[in-house]
Structure formats: structure tokens, C-alpha cells
Design a protein around this ligand. Sequence first.
Ligand SMILES: NC(=O)c1ccc[n+]([C@@H]2O[C@H](COP(=O)([O-])OP(=O)(O)OC[C@H]3O[C@@H](n4cnc5c(N)ncnc54)[C@H](O)[C@@H]3O)[C@@H](O)[C@H]2O)c1
Length: 335
Amino acid sequence: MSILVTGSAGFIGFHTSIKLIKKYKVIGIDNFNDYYDVKLKKARIKELKKNKSKKNFIFYKLDLTNLNSLKSLFKKHKITKIIHLAAQAGVRHSLKKPEDYVDNNIIATFNLLELSKKYKIKHLVFASTSSVYGNQIKMPFMESTSASHPIQFYAATKRSCELMCHSYSHLYKIPITVLRFFTVYGPWGRPDMALFDFTKKILENKKINVFNFGNHLRDFTYVEDVADGVSKIIKKKPQKVKLNLINNNPSISDAPFKIYNIGGGKPVKLMNYIREIEINLSRKAKINFMSLQKGDIKSTYCSTKKLKKEINYIPKTSIKVGIKNFIDWFKEYHK
Ligand SMILES: NC(=O)c1ccc[n+]([C@@H]2O[C@H](COP(=O)([O-])OP(=O)(O)OC[C@H]3O[C@@H](n4cnc5c(N)ncnc54)[C@H](O)[C@@H]3O)[C@@H](O)[C@H]2O)c1
């Protein structure tokens, strides 16, 4: 009985695997694509293999778009649950190479769904994003809020995957939970994301580009809180519900399918986030203020009500603690 974690060399996949191997056998897969520094992905796997629970972790370099190698993996291991984190992430890259999102989000998820059907997977958790809400005016974003108007292709492919998951859950009774993550940050973070990029540039005395003239509002979520949430949710497979009334809530259906937001529920102004980085680095940032980028969402704000009510969980780490932990890690990693 093993849990398959896709994208285990990735930022969230790494932290989730570290958490899970304390209790479960984990099969990690990743294709080590070069969207960002492959050395960082390999260093995360090295770290996992050094962990005191390393005997519970097996890693394969495998591309989810290759259905034959995925089939061999399922034949070889008794996989009972899946945490599907592998994806082509990033909003800006989706303007340049949308085809990467079709392959690594849509095709990859479809292949996993097919094998989940064949091997009667007991619970599949799919990583989605707050970006599916688009530029909603009504705050906070609730799971019952419509996610029909994504404003970039990354979000469109994630929303498509959510819908594909729902249809497989309905047709083949596969228990599936969709998690919509809100800007995840922390140690071992992604070089393409603000915290890593700003820290690196401030230390190198370079200017940082701050879009929307710094007026972004983000519900930042500490990565270990996300890993905690995922490890609680994997234990709680969604049950079929009987719906008697006309259902106008897009987050519930009569399939064994659930959607939860994972976010702190305390949005922070981007400029305050930058201030916190400056405090930790004891340096002032040189800022290049720029207009809103195409596809960028102005504000995100997570409603944590459903997660609290049904899973009894809310991310707790403050940005004060989270940014400090990141900067301590960043300095140590780059020594
Ligand atoms: N980090 C965030 O703030 C955030 C926010 C919302 C949603 N998410 C979602 O959470 C998940 C994890 O994000 P992350 O920040 O860890 O990103 P990441 O890029 O660090 O991790 C994704 C991993 O998936 C791997 N991968 C991509 N395509 C693959 C394929 N075809 N086959 C096998 N492996 C493949 C990549 O090599 C990478 O290591 C993603 O699905 C992402 O869309 C992340």
C-alpha cells in the first residue's frame, strides 16, 4: 500500500513527501523539467533520500505524459492513493509557452485519471490553484464562488483538470479531492516566485520588478502548513452525497468529490511582504515599479471556512515566521 506523489522533486511535492514518509510508503515521481533550476529539484530529492524515514521513499524520474512508463509503475507498485502535484505552474510562462500546460496539466492528469480508474484508486488529491477564481470582486473567495472565468491559460488548464476529475469521480466513483492553493511560499521555494526572486536580487544589489505598482494583495500560505493540510486531507476521502434540491453550488455534487481552498485567510499587501524581506535581510530593496502584467490577478483572499468545518484545519504560520524561515534556508543553501 503506497501513496504516489507526483512532482515530488517540486517545491510542494518535496515538503509533502517529507511529511508523509514519516507514516507511509511514498512513491515519488518527477520528470525534472528545466522550467527552473534542475539542481534545486535534484537537491530536494537528495534531501529526501537523507531523511531518517528514507526507507519509505522510492523515487523514479518519470514523465506523466508517457502513459507506458506510468502503466509500468502502477504494475510494479501497489498504489492505493495519489497526491497529484506535478504540473506546469507559473502564470507568466503560460503567456509564452501555453503548450507546456496542455501537456503537463491536461494530458498528464488525464493519464493519471485513466490509471486511477483501472487500479481503483481509493483517493486522488489534485493540486489546483486560487487562480481559477480569476479577478473576482467578491472577497473572500469561497469554494462556492464560480470559477468559470479564468484570466490566464494556466488557470484555464487547472480548471479543466478539476472538471476532468469531477467527471471521472462521477462516472467511476473515484474519490477525488481538489485543493486550491493560495500563493505558497517557504524554504526550498521556487526561483520563479516573488520571495526567491526578490531575496536573490536584493542580496545581489539588483532592482526588483514590482508589478501593479505594488498594489497586489496576496493570501500567502506557508508551505509546511500546506503539507500538513494535504496529509490530513489524504486520510479523509470524500463520500457520495445525496442532493435532493436543485444545486446551485458549483463546489458540491453527488459524486465522491470535494473542493477545498487551502490558504491562510489573511491577505497581505505585497509592499508589506517586501518590507518583511528587507527586515530579515537588513537591506533596502531597489524597486522598479511596473504596471499590471497581462494575466495577473490583482487580489487573492481565501475563505478558510469549509476547510475548518470539514477538515478542522487552517494554515497558521505568519509571514513573519515564514519569511524568516525562507531566508535562513536561502542563506544556508547558497553557502
Ligand atoms: N506554489 C504555489 O504557490 C502554488 C499555488 C497554487 C497551486 N500550485 C500547484 O501546486 C502544485 C505544486 O506546485 P509547486 O509550487 O511545487 O511547483 P513545482 O514546479 O516546484 O513542482 C512541480 C513539479 O512537477 C514536475 N513535473 C511537471 N510536469 C511533469 C510531468 N509531465 N511529469 C512528471 N513531473 C512533472 C516538475 O518537474 C516539478 O518538479 C502544482 O500543481 C501547482 O500548479 C502551486
